[in-house]
Design a protein around this ligand. Structure first.
Ligand code: HEC
Length: 246
């Protein structure tokens, strides 16, 4: 029995060594009172829109949600209108396309998984809405993945359509390196290096996976403050009640 356990442990440490742990980055949203950096979120959305959305959907986010990134009502309206949304059926029973509205969810690139796989050599580009929550090491992993493409070591076999990535489990990923320097042009003048774009889009995806994080943290502080106050109050009451009793 012990031997089996030992072998199991050895195998798990070997495979753990096989994929590197992603280095920790500094994220504004990590601290207990952390918030999202609105400028980074907007830049990250730009990267998602101009690069990642060619293959990945983000189906749980509506245009209206983007208000939390600091976009105005008018900006959201005109952004939504850039998209064509399938709607219907109309009075003739036909489906039709219309410009997007703020209440629409951001449409993805594919209608279903089969179509997505057919367009990507059989691999499935997962929806990005919850990807930061769905992966071990969350934001640090996504950042490391996006910046972790390397030439494969000599004896490493890659199938056609696969790329070597230091941080992807097993290293062979069916996603070509999606970012290259200067791929987007940021409005705020930030230089669009691979690292910068990876950082921004990861911040955006972290927001997308928990848009209510700031509210949750604020509430947490209020609850703790309340509990501290109540503790003091109960302690004072206890002292008073027991005062005369020896
Ligand atoms: C040309 C299509 C394409 C583009 C563009 C693209 N991806 Fe991917 N992505 C894929 C495919 C295909 C997979 C599945 C890979 C696999 O399972 O081997 C994938 C997988 C992923 C994964 C999951 C990795 C895991 O641990 O399972 C993440 C995260 C990801 N992509 C992020 C991004 C981000 C962020 C961008 C934009 C900067 C982007 N991708 C752009 C095709 C694409």
């Amino acid at each position: 029995m012990k031997i089996i356990l030992l072998i199991g442990l050895m195998i798990s440490t070997i495979s753990a060594e096989n994929t590197k742990e992603p280095p920790k980055q500094i994220w504004s949203f990590d601290k207990p009172n952390g918030t999202f950096d609105r400028a980074a979120l907007q830049r990250g959305f730009q990267v998602y829109k101009e690069v990642c959305s060619a293959c990945h959907g983000i189906k749980l986010i509506s245009f209206r949600h983007l208000k939390a990134m600091g976009l105005s009502e008018a900006e959201i309206k005109s952004l939504a209108a850039q998209y064509q949304i399938k709607d219907g059926p109309n009075d003739d029973g036909e489906m039709f396309e219309r410009p997007g509205r703020p209440s629409d969810y951001i449409p993805g690139p594919y209608t279903n998984e089969k179509q997505a796989r057919a367009a990507n050599n059989g691999a499935f580009p997962p929806d990005q809405s919850l990807i930061v929550k769905a992966r071990l090491h969350g934001a640090n992993y996504i950042y490391a993945l996006l910046t972790g493409f390397k030439n494969a070591p000599e004896n490493f076999k890659l199938q056609p359509g696969q790329y070597y990535n230091e941080f992807f489990p097993g290293h062979a990923i069916s996603m070509a390196p999606p970012l290259s320097d200067g791929q987007v042009t940021y409005n705020d003048g930030t230089k669009a290096t691979v690292e910068q774009m990876a950082y921004d889009v990861t911040a955006f995806l972290a927001w997308a996976s928990e848009p209510e994080m700031e509210e949750r943290k604020r509430l947490g502080f209020k609850v703790i403050l309340y509990l501290l106050l109540m503790t003091g109050l109960f302690y004072a009451t206890m002292r008073r009640i027991w005062k005369g009793i020896k």
